[in-house]
Structure formats: C-alpha cells, structure tokens
Ligand binder design. Structure first.
Ligand SMILES: [Zn+2]
Length: 296
C-alpha cells in the first residue's frame, strides 16, 4: 500500500492527471458560470504533518496559480460575481473570484504583493475577535501544534493596520468570518445571531460597508450552514455568503449559499486551470488524498 507521502508525491507528479487537465476536453462548463477559489494559509511550510491538514499553498505555487488563472479566466470581485453570471451577453471568459479564510498575516505579507503584481482582486474573511492576536488561533490545530517551528506570519492573524493597508491597495475586500469561529452545530440560534451581527458591527465600524461572509467550516452537508445561520447572516446586513460546498456559481445560485472550490498546494497550473474552467475531476482526485489525511 502506498504511504501517504508516496501518495502525495504520486499526486504531485502525476503526468497523467496533468494531461487530463490540459486536454481539449476540459472546457468551461458554461460561459455564464464562475468559480470561487477558497484559500487559507499561503506560507513556506517545509514539512508535512500527516495527521493534520495545514491548508497551505506555498507562495511560489500561489503565484504559479494566479499566473495560470489570469491567462484562462477573468478574476473578478466576489461581490461582482453573481451579477456578472447573470449579465447578458454572458462574459466571454470564465469568471473566477479569490477568497481567503481566517485572515492570516501571510495574506498581507505573501498574498497582497502577488495580487498587486497581477492586479487581481480578492476577498479576505477575518475572525473579528482574533484580529491582531499574537497567539495561534485555538480553532487551528495545525497552527497550535506547529506555530513554534514557523515564522509567526504563517499562523498569526493580521492586525487592523495590516487590514487597512490591504484595503488601501484597492484590490482587497474584507468580509466577516464570524466573531469567534464557533462550530454552528454546537451553537444556539441566538449564538449564531451574535456571531454574525457582532462580526459585521465591528467590521462596519472600521471599514464602512461590509457585504460578504464566510461560514466557519462551511459544509452544509456536515451541518455548518443551518437555515438559522443563513437567516442570521442576512439579518446582520451581509449581502452574500460563501460555504465550503463544492460547486460552481451560476446566475441561479443562492447568494447566501455560494459554493466554492478549494485551491490546494498540490495544484499546478494545469490543475488550477482545469478547476477554473469547470472540470471537477482534478479536484476530486487531489481532495481524495486530502480527505485521507484529514481522517487520519
Ligand atoms: Zn475558518
């Protein structure tokens, strides 16, 4: 049986997978649809912990992915994506939006310079109670375990000043990712209302209008996006929200249950391009490997 490390190398080096992704049979499923990529950490992490997912894409790989995306798609603001999917005539290139959960400092140090270099927009979702914290977020088991081995920017949240500088670039939109990153299945409806409303109140007081929200953990199937949470997010004044459900956005997508596609550290240019164009086969293959690690 392949060890996890050997399996990872096999996935990374899979010439067959790359060939599938680059084939002419992988086309945009429809011009009037879009893909929201979900990222977390973008940092140089030079070790693998088979027991915990690091949710990491290296800065070098991230830049490769952005370079590939700008060639094959139009990268738009998340807040513009639904409207662009509904527009007539439809856009002539596939639409892509970039999102980053948890608001790590490496968004400021690693991601922002690349966004500026390629002049592409992105949304970063922050946990309002953790902005400026000097401790690894308690919900992030990987950071708690390995924080001492790494540059702190790999795990600590951005400061308010760094967030201000991100906004000043004109490329970054800040969204809410709850106040404390609680798990919805463990929350009462009242607590969900507090998580959504408190996060938006704090962000609006800092930045003015804030429209977007990302549900922590985000899987509808696993109960992290109950109707009560959707209602709480809408009542708080957010205009759209993203889940961790796999799928593409179309003009018919519920603005408070927008699906996303994870961008993985193993995704080379051919794979990220195939994901953007609508083929989920590469996603399912690389994610199968990641699911094995998560359940280990
Ligand atoms: Zn999160």
């Amino acid at each position: 049986m392949l060890s996890r490390m050997r399996l990872k190398r096999a996935v990374k080096g899979s010439a067959g997978l790359a060939a599938v992704a680059a084939s002419p049979f992988v086309r945009a499923s429809t011009a009037a649809s879009g893909c929201i990529f979900a990222y977390h950490r973008v940092a140089d992490v030079r070790f693998v912990d088979a027991s915990l997912d690091d949710w990491n894409v290296s800065p070098t790989r991230f830049e490769q992915q952005i370079a590939a995306l700008v060639e094959c798609a139009e990268i738009v603001r998340l807040t513009d994506l639904l409207g662009r999917c509904r527009a007539s005539p439809p856009p002539d290139r596939p639409l892509v939006a970039l999102t980053f959960d948890d608001g790590y400092a490496n968004f400021y140090t690693q991601v922002l310079p690349i966004l500026k270099r390629y002049r592409v927009p992105a949304t970063v979702f922050v946990v309002t109670s953790l902005v400026g914290s000097e401790h690894p977020p308690a919900f992030d088991g990987w950071s708690v375990k390995h924080g001492g081995r790494l540059d702190p920017d790999a795990w600590r949240p951005m400061t308010w000043d760094q967030l201000e500088q991100c906004l000043a670039s004109g490329l970054v939109t800040v969204g809410g990712h709850s106040h404390r990153h609680l798990k919805a299945p463990e929350c009462t409806p009242e607590l969900l209302i507090e998580e959504a409303s408190r996060s938006r109140e704090i962000l609006v007081s800092r930045f003015g209008e804030v429209e977007t929200y990302a549900y922590p953990y985000g899987s509808s199937r696993l109960g992290y996006v109950p109707d009560a949470y959707v209602e709480a997010v809408a009542a708080a004044g957010y205009r759209l929200a993203v889940t961790y459900d796999l799928g593409r956005v179309t003009g018919q997508t519920d603005p408070f249950r927008m699906p996303r596609i994870e961008a993985h550290g193993v995704d080379g240019p051919a794979i990220i391009r195939a994901k953007a164009l609508g083929s989920l086969a590469p996603y399912r293959l690389t994610d199968r490997f990641r699911q094995a690690r998560r359940s280990a």
